[in-house]
Design a protein around this ligand. Sequence first.
Ligand code: PMP
Length: 362
Amino acid sequence: MTHDNAGTTGPRLRGVLDTLPAYKPGRPAAGGGGMPSYKLSSNENPYPPLPGVLESVAGAAASVNRYPDMACGELTAALADHFGVPAAHVATGTGSVGVAQQLLQATSGPGDEVVYAWRSFEAYPIITQISGAASVRVPLRADESHDLDAMADAVTDRTRLIFVCNPNNPTGRSLRRDELTRFLDRVPSDVLVVLDEAYKEFVRDPEVPDGVELYRDRPNVAVLRTFSKAYGLAGLRVGFAIAHEPVAEALRKTAVPFGVSQIAQDAAVASLRAEALLLERVDALVGERTRVVDALRAQGWTVPETQANFVWLRLGDRTAEFAAACGAAGVAVRPFEGEGCRVTVGEKEANDLFLEVAARLR
Ligand code: PMP
């Protein structure tokens, strides 16, 4: 059979890609001009890798001619031990956003619905749209937190997955045990609830539950965690889910084979071993968070309560101007046009410079 390609314009791509919102990575720090510059735009950890991490990276780098352990066996065992869960309940992936995309592949497609709060993590609409399912966005409450009653009301017989971002990116607000369990009790047991806890290590409110507590007797709950934030391995792309076996098994089926490099696996294991220092560093960042929030409020800004490593300023029309002024002063922040700016809590010098700029813009 012959094919006549005359008149064709290339491969047919899925129409869904035409309207895909773009993921906007945080801008890098400006640099140059002899002026200090800081990146507070991607919620990264300002500290260098934990002790033992660089050595394990170098060790694994010597074998990059080999494929990694596809099952991420050592890391999976270390995580199972760390969280007190069966290894069969742990599934790793290329960052927690990679695992979130796999959860969508495993549950949702054309004709299905995915519910999430908005504004929330900007990857949710993108990966939902790629799956072919429809996004159902439930506006945040006036205090910038999830409206869980409205989210439960939004569930239909087409709903396959619900993202709950706790603490919420970019507003920092978190959900407490009572309201979250009440919500989980309302969601039908055949709908997967994904508790995205990328910032869990920064939570200090004892009323904010650990998703790992909540998933244990709920087969429709999956907890998403990452090594990118508190653990400081954003560049290595490793995250994981804790979920009951059918969901964890579905994640193994939908994983890109060998997606998590051996370098990432070994670095993640080394980071878990250095947890004492990690917790010290996280404590220091939490201390800086309190300082930044208090200072901003003293300057007269409205700052929602945050349990994450960032603060949120709802600036509306002033968003672009605020972000540009921060950038010009050497602090890259993350603007969401017309809505507000998210500013990561970084090293002390970065926070000081940001606070100076914020005071000037008041
Ligand atoms: N979830 C939330 C809420 C996030 O803010 C992020 C990172 N911005 C992620 C998931 C993804 O992180 P990673 O893919 O690096 O694990």
